[in-house]
Design a binder for this molecule. Sequence first.
Ligand SMILES: Cc1cc2nc3c(=O)[nH]c(=O)nc-3n(C[C@H](O)[C@H](O)[C@H](O)COP(=O)(O)OP(=O)(O)OC[C@H]3O[C@@H](n4cnc5c(N)ncnc54)[C@H](O)[C@@H]3O)c2cc1C
Length: 318
Amino acid sequence: MIRFDYLKPSTLEEALSLLYEHGEGAMLIAGGTDVMVEIKQRKIAPKALISLRGVKELEYIEPHNGGVRIGSMTTHRTLESSSLIKEKFPALADAVQNLGSVQIRNVATIGGNICNAAPSADTAPPLLVLGAEVRIRGPRGERVIPLEEFFVGPGQTVLNRGEILVEFIIPPAPAYTGSAYWKHTRRQAMDLPILGVALSLSLNKGEASNLRKLLAESATMEEILFSLEESGLVCQQARIALGVAAPTPMRAKKAEGVLKGAKLTGRKLDEAGRVASQEAQPRDTLRGAAWYRREMIQVLSKRLAIKCLERIFLGEKR
Ligand SMILES: Cc1cc2nc3c(=O)[nH]c(=O)nc-3n(C[C@H](O)[C@H](O)[C@H](O)COP(=O)(O)OP(=O)(O)OC[C@H]3O[C@@H](n4cnc5c(N)ncnc54)[C@H](O)[C@@H]3O)c2cc1C
């Protein structure tokens, strides 16, 4: 193991000034589940680690104007246990309940997951479809930017030297909105995604009085799609985000455009999935081939759209 100083500030101000003082050789550590692996693998060799573990002011989940603010030091386990996240932001709940193991989730943080900027970061696609913004503090003050603008490349973000990601701000979802995330893996536990797909759908209120009944009575995908054709539902807003489909987590905006304002039918969902798979830039990797990822983007987009509808009309009954 390399030698480094370990500094443990107890406030955000203290952490910011330590980061400034120690300059280029300093690195932040939150849960350490990415940092320590990289140090052991000798990919990085920081002279000083500045731990945020004692900075309790960065650990919170707070309702905010109908949405929520999440402190960057909030662990995945805390998010997983939050009824607010489960009820109002289910795509994020889907992501954290399947991230690593319980031991990892107990220490790893949402801030670390996003700042590590891996294309496979499980919380990125859900946060993107939920329209999250990030608050950043640094030597020059504070800025708030959309999460979409945060990622620059694999492992790279817009964070400048001396800056700390403070919190995520998720706006309220419109009425009749459902969201979902699916992590496509080879095995059920302790695996990074071959592909991550998140989707959120918002519908025009009151246009689907009979869909609840139709959905409840439908057992197969074909029946559900038939119910959809019957209902004439119009999509007010759609967001689709992909992980491991490009150098950074990405929004599939052309595919979103296919759904926005359109009547939701099986054919429309197929078209949106096809457009999303064309927008993506997946690579061949050990976990999966690019062609396979493109295929799965189509399959999963459609499945997740149906999951969103089920969540809107049936809650978590399925
Ligand atoms: C066994 C194992 C399984 C895993 N499984 C998954 C998985 O299924 N899905 C997944 O997405 N990830 C997985 N990971 C990766 C890792 O656990 C997550 O990315 C985790 O969320 C990182 O959070 P952390 O708090 O441990 O970050 P750290 O390792 O402490 O930090 C990660 C990076 O973020 C920076 N950083 C941290 N906090 C801040 C902040 N507030 N402001 C600015 N920079 C900051 C650090 O300097 C560092 O560059 C796994 C890791 C292991 C070891």
